[in-house]
Design a protein around this ligand. Structure first.
Ligand code: DGT
Ligand code: CA
Ligand code: CA
Ligand code: ZN
Length: 583
């Protein structure tokens, strides 16, 4: 069992104990131990094997024994019994914004409420408002939280959906009965969150393909199992749909189930205008329904678009946002490709809240073949993230320079860039201009926003107007499925960036994907350039960069629009432009 899984179980034990009313010291000890595990730099099983777990700060005697048991046997009866003793619905209640363990326990013990629907009822009929320490406003807030939760609970972050889909796709692709196959739906379109996974397989043996699909190792339950399609619920909670079609129907099924629905409808209209019918089975001339009429053969999706007098529209653009008109006029942009990104400009090291040392980052970018990597740790106001003050920042600057020199002498390619993710405070940035001027890359981010749109907007514009700020980081502050974006007049912020020559980040962290893809068409029109950054805090997160490229494509961005496609020398020249007043 890996450390992430063990840490997750420890966290869950802490929550379960809290729900049972255990004393806070005990519950917090589990959360602390989980955090200590996550921060380990060597493999957990080795530590256990060599009996060195006791050396780790933050792990006491009794928790240590539980970790050892988990690692050695993969099971922990203590946890299983604890879990069984708490109604499952209580954990769900805990997911509602505004419902902490204390409140969950209160509604359970006093009202017998142990589920979302029951809680909703108890809020509506006034029982919750009457509980000591609750009141009408709290009940109202809880109802709001339930609505939020219902909407979010059924969707998944892009990286998770992608990882699950990847392994299913590989399994389907390698089957003897598969002629060709693909993932479809919102995942293929690179939406920011995913409802369910859709797969299309071309095969002459649908039964074999479907039987294989419903028996995949990750399947928790089978929701439907027919002659041409099946739906399953996976261990991760995600639903996956498979449709099996004949090879001649494959491109049509793929296009249809890739969507979006709005794009499909527009395409179908276009077919009708040309005296044809388009559906998930094919393109037909003449009267009829379903598969009736004369078939227009299309080998692949390209051929379908060609038959409709359109250039091929990449899946990411299929949102009915003007892509059909652009394809008609031959004006689709040549979209950014992931391999064109030469590095990420916004990342963290262990000088603030990142996990990697500067040396580890440098080694990593060599391995991944990146040319440069911005080291932009937090500034001092982000104290919870161990933000840097001027003294530490200058020391880091020296360390980066020295490391780059040593690496150059050893013929190593990748370069670290000095920088900061400077907090945008109420009326100023967290560092004065003369310090920002010493750094190669300055990302300015709003980490604590207020409730007032005009005020938040003003702060972002103030940052854009600073000649030493290269770009705004994760401008709206949203955390997908978790936290709403700050109230911001995004258009005004984009306009200010256009005027001042400030770039905007497309933060590729799957919880952020911020600025949202819907805004980039406008930003691009205004001439605002984009930096696709992975905001990496640990090695695995470098992979987010490819995810960001997918979302940049969704925003119609080309390599020319994205500054970190530039080779280092030209990037450095661009980084100097705004400061020289040639924004
Ligand atoms: P999701 O799963 O909520 O993230 O979003 P999608 O886009 O993957 O939606 P899903 O799985 O319900 O359906 C996959 C595609 O199938 C969808 O993008 C378009 C197509 N589709 C589904 N229902 C309809 C429909 O009623 N009309 C049309 N024209 N297409 C549909
Ligand atoms: Ca879907
Ligand atoms: Ca679906
Ligand atoms: Zn940040």
């Amino acid at each position: 069992m890996d450390k992430e899984r063990v840490a997750a179980i420890l966290n869950e034990i802490g929550v379960l104990l809290e729900l049972k009313g255990e004393n806070p010291f005990k519950t917090r000890a589990y959360a602390n131990a989980a955090r200590a595990l996550e921060g380990l730099s060597e493999p957990l099983d080795r530590l256990v094997e060599e009996n060195r777990l006791g050396e780790i700060k933050g792990i006491g005697e009794s928790i240590r024994r539980k970790i050892e048991e988990l690692v050695r046997s993969g099971r922990l009866p203590y946890y299983e019994e604890l879990k069984a003793s708490v109604p499952e619905g209580l954990l769900e209640l805990l997911q509602i914004p505004g419902m902490g363990p204390r409140k969950v326990r209160a509604v359970y013990e006093k009202l017998g409420v142990a589920g979302l629907d029951e809680l909703e009822r108890a809020c509506r009929d006034g029982r919750v408002a009457q509980l000591p320490g609750f009141g009408a406003r709290t009940a109202e807030k809880i109802l709001e939280g339930i609505r939020f939760r219902r909407e979010r609970a059924s969707r998944f972050h892009l990286h998770q959906a992608l990882a699950v889909a990847e392994s299913i796709y590989e399994a389907l692709r390698n089957r003897p009965e598969t002629i060709r196959c693909s993932v479809a739906g919102s995942l293929r379109r690179r939406r920011e969150t995913i409802g369910d996974l859709d797969f299309i397989v071309a095969s002459e043996k649908p039964k074999a393909a479907l039987d294989f699909f419903v028996r995949l190792p990750g399947v928790r339950s089978v929701l439907a199992h027919g002659e041409t399609k099946a739906s399953v619920r996976l261990e991760e909670g995600i639903q996956a749909d498979l449709r099996v079609v004949r090879d001649e129907e494959y491109p049509f099924a793929l296009a249809y189930f890739t969507g979006s629905k709005e794009h499909n409808i527009a395409l179908r209209q276009r077919a009708i205008q040309r005296g044809m019918r388009l559906n998930e089975y094919g393109l037909f001339r003449g009267e009829g329904e379903g598969r009736q009429g004369e078939r227009v053969a299309c080998r692949d999706e390209e051929a379908i678009y060609r038959a409709l007098d359109l250039a091929y529209i990449p899946p990411e653009l299929r949102e009915n946002q003007g892509e059909i008109e652009a394809a008609e006029k031959g004006r689709l942009p040549e979209l950014l490709r992931p391999e064109q990104l030469r590095g990420s400009l916004h990342n963290h090291s262990d000088w603030s809240d990142g996990r990697q040392t500067l040396e580890q980052i440098a080694r990593m970018i060599d391995e991944l073949g990146f040319e440069y990597w911005g080291v932009t740790d937090h500034s001092r106001s982000s104290f919870q993230a161990n933000g840097l003050d001027a003294k530490r920042l200058r020391r880091q600057l020296e360390a980066v320079r020295k490391l780059n020199e040593e690496r150059a002498a050893r013929g190593r390619k990748g370069r670290l860039l000095t920088g900061i993710e400077v907090d945008i405070l109420k009326d100023r940035l967290d560092f004065p201009d003369e310090i920002l001027a010493e750094l190669e890359v300055v990302v300015a981010s709003l980490h604590v926003a207020g409730g007032d749109e005009a005020e938040n907007t003003r702060r972002l514009i103030m940052a854009a107007e600073n000649p030493f700020v290269h770009m705004l980081g994760h401008p709206t502050g949203r955390l997908l499925l978790t936290r709403e974006p700050y109230k911001i007049n995004v258009q005004a912020v984009i306009d200010a960036c256009a005027e001042t020559g400030t770039w905007i980040e497309l933060n590729a962290h799957p919880y952020r994907l911020d600025l949202d893809w819907r805004w980039w068409l406008y930003a691009r029109k205004k001439g605002v350039r984009c930096a696709v950054n992975c905001d990496a805090h640990r090695a695995e997160e470098a992979a987010f960069l490819a995810l960001g490229a997918g979302v940049a494509r969704k925003g119609w961005l080309t390599a020319q629009d994205v500054v970190n496609t530039l080779p280092l020398k030209r990037l450095r020249a661009e980084l100097r432009r705004k400061r020289a007043g040639k924004g």
